[in-house]
Design a protein around this ligand. Structure first.
Ligand code: ZN
Length: 149
């Protein structure tokens, strides 16, 4: 179990040090600003949608290691999904971090499972879910600020 935890930490550190798709997107189809005042995480999430498929997701801003790693992994996980698949993954990820039991309709998290280790730390849960809330808002083409509070 200790090795597994170390592996998880390595994955999170790697994504924090080298965040994937960390850039502002020109002419996004949707974007939203996410704010987690408890930690100081502030990120923007951008997306491109084509025929209902998530073509590209990127983010910028500044966040803690958990926030940045979660956003980085999210941009990779969502690419190529339909908007409804992306929404379902967001819901499943959110359930995994906030509920004791998985819901029957939850979809497998794959690599994102490494982030569920923050479940026992409610403050960190907000760091890990910020990018996802922000993405979901961007998906709904809501343009404004999303706050965890
Ligand atoms: Zn944070």
């Amino acid at each position: 179990m200790e090795n597994l935890r170390e592996l998880y930490q390595e994955v999170i550190l790697d994504h924090n040090k080298n965040p994937r798709n960390f850039r502002k997107m020109e002419h996004p189809d949707g974007f939203a600003h996410g704010n987690n005042p408890l930690c100081g995480d502030q990120i923007d999430v951008y997306l491109k949608l084509k025929n209902g498929i998530v073509e590209e997701v990127s983010f910028d801003g500044h966040g803690c290691a958990i926030c940045t790693a979660s956003a980085s992994m999210m941009t990779m996980a969502l690419k190529g999904m339909t908007d409804s698949e992306a929404h379902a993954l967001f819901e499943s990820f959110h359930h995994a971090l906030t509920e004791d039991a998985a819901y029957p309709e939850d979809v497998p998290l794959g690599k994102l499972a490494v982030l569920t280790g923050v479940k026992d730390y409610p403050v960190r849960v907000k760091c890990a879910t910020l990018a996802w809330h922000t993405f979901d808002a961007a998906l709904r083409k809501f343009q404004g600020e999303i706050s965890t509070e």
